[in-house]
Ligand binder design. Sequence first.
Ligand code: PRP
Ligand code: XAN
Ligand code: MG
Length: 167
Amino acid sequence: MQDRLPHEKGFHVSWDQLHRDARALAWRLDGHGPDNGNWKAVVAITRGGMAPAMIVARELDIRTVDTISVKSYNHQTQADPKVIKFPDMALVGDGTGVLIVDDLVDTGRTLEVVRAHMPKAHVATVYAKPQGRNQVDSFITEVSQDTWIFFPWDMALQYVQPYRGVD
Ligand SMILES: O=P(O)(O)OC[C@H]1O[C@H](OP(=O)(O)OP(=O)(O)O)[C@H](O)[C@@H]1O
Ligand SMILES: O=c1[nH]c(=O)c2nc[nH]c2[nH]1
Ligand SMILES: [Mg+2]
């Protein structure tokens, strides 16, 4: 059996797919906020959560958007997650009515750190892997733990050899 080609080694998400999946997430969350179905604010986990958070905030007409910056991966190697920038804590309080949005949960360590600061927030990710799934209240698509998800901002279109490559 041939080695897998570059585009078969992970779950590759296009901008279009991300837009559809983030919209599906917004649809799932719509009307489920604690204030007559409304959410007070969106907090994006930078950087990967920013694009989905923008789409969710746009769909749900949430104008208050803040960020929490967590650094945990250096390329594909995980280190201890650290909060390097907090949202306006006077605004988010204990997290009641706040939607925390990230692109994915993998081991769940990033969300563990974030949740500790906003324990009552609702945590939503577009994609989830089994190990971290319990850290998430809402998500759209699950992939296996050994799948690497490639996001559109990390990719470029490039030529790939056909299966029956020329020698
Ligand atoms: O569930 P975990 O195992 O903690 O991993 C998930 C986190 O890892 C990635 O962020 P990363 O730290 O790579 O930073 P980035 O969003 O700035 O790319 C991803 O965007 C999630 O935030
Ligand atoms: O781009 C990414 N894809 C992943 O699957 C992943 N898991 C943790 N961090 C990640 N970043
Ligand atoms: Mg991230």
